[in-house]
Design a protein around this ligand. Structure first.
Ligand code: TYM
Length: 331
């Protein structure tokens, strides 16, 4: 089985990215039937909105360091930077030419981001899901672990793969999304009906894996809840408490039911204190490793190896795709 996933280096990696994605990559890397597991830094995706050059470079390196600090093992997972594998952009173009404007305009993430873009909406923001489909189809990935917000993009990927296969003959594996049952949508701490996002203008809304530990605790303790006073999972009426229960459940591997029973007679302050400590204890060792790694040559070694391997797989596939379509000369 082949697995692939990526994260955009477009800001601070949040607790949402960690619980919805990275923590699952770390779990999945020990599965026995894996032939290839690729995790990349989606830098080409990041430039769909304006980026500061120095900031982007810093975020790319930081994300690689985060991957390793969270426990991805380069002997099991190839880590690479998307823009260092040119075939991503090449297949992205091919898929753009097989996608329809209408289906791209229906993507909710495009609609949301478009609203927030004041300085003009780039063409890339619209066509981005075809690049994402290319990221996946290029490697014949069977499984794609992501959070819930990528589900629609993964469905489009499946549609594009099937459409291409029907038009040009069997070419692509149609991938299966892997969306975890718990933690697939961690919510904002200040507006718990909204997704926790690394691009939220309010830093109190999210926990960055690189926030100071005391700041992390403070953010959790001041998370928006309700005035009902009971610790129960109820998304509609108690989104803040439900979100904190989900976070605690993911980190401690305890079911929500068991947590509700444990905190039956507790008040919000005690509960929040426990959530704050659990999150802090999970993130502290990650930060320690991150600090050891961020300026080490090891990052480059990992990335060189990942780039070479990904290019090898991707170029082989790209040739097959070009041949199916009739591009260039037969090779
Ligand atoms: P990105 O960078 O927005 O998010 C990275 C991963 O984190 C998950 N995620 C969340 N999970 C739970 N709660 C949240 N609040 C939360 N916010 C984000 C996302 O679902 C994702 O798994 N388009 C992708 C990157 C990408 C990709 C790919 C992923 C590009 N090509 C190919 C998989 C396969 C994105 O923007 O993710």
């Amino acid at each position: 089985m082949r697995i692939i996933s990526g994260i955009q280096p477009s800001g601070n990696i949040t607790l949402g990215n960690y619980l919805g994605a990275v923590k699952n990559f770390v779990k999945l890397q020990d599965k026995e039937d894996i032939t290839d597991f690729l995790v990349f830094v989606a830098d080409l995706h990041a430039i769909t909105v304006p980026q500061d050059k120095a900031e982007l470079r810093k975020n790319i390196k930081s994300l690689v360091s985060i991957y390793l600090a969270c426990g991805l093992n380069p002997e099991k997972v190839k880590i690479f930077i998307q823009s260092e594998v040119p075939a991503h952009a090449q297949i992205g173009w091919v898929l753009q030419c097989n996608g329809y404007i209408g289906e791209l305009e229906r993507m909710t993430q495009y609609k949301d981001k478009k609203e927030r873009q004041v300085a003009g909406v780039s063409v890339g923001l619209l066509t981005y899901p075809s690049l994402m489909a290319g990221d996946i189809l290029l490697y014949d990935a069977d499984m794609v672990p992501t959070g819930l917000d990528q589900k629609q993009h993964l469905e489009l990927t499946r549609d594009l793969a099937e459409r291409f296969n029907n038009k040009y003959g069997e070419t692509f594996v149609v991938p299966t999304p892997f969306i975890p049952e718990a933690g697939a949508k961690i919510m904002s701490l200040t507006e718990p009906t909204k997704k926790m996002s690394k691009s939220d203008p309010n830093p109190k809304a999210y926990i960055s894996l690189l926030d100071d530990i005391n700041v992390i605790k403070k953010k959790i303790k001041s998370a928006v809840t309700d005035s009902d006073g009971t610790i129960k999972y109820d998304i509609d009426n108690k989104p803040g408490i439900s979100n904190l229960l989900t976070i605690l459940s993911c980190i401690t591997n305890t079911s929500i039911k068991d947590l509700e029973a444990k905190y039956k007679d507790s008040n919000y302050a005690t509960f929040k204190e426990d959530v704050a400590n659990a999150v802090a204890n999970e993130i502290m060792p990650i930060q320690e490793k991150y600090n050891e790694l961020i300026n080490s040559k090891y990052l480059d070694e990992v990335l060189d190896q990942g780039r070479d391997y990904a290019n090898y797989l991707a170029n082989k596939k790209l040739n097959k795709i070009y041949n199916k379509i009739g591009l260039g000369r037969k090779r």
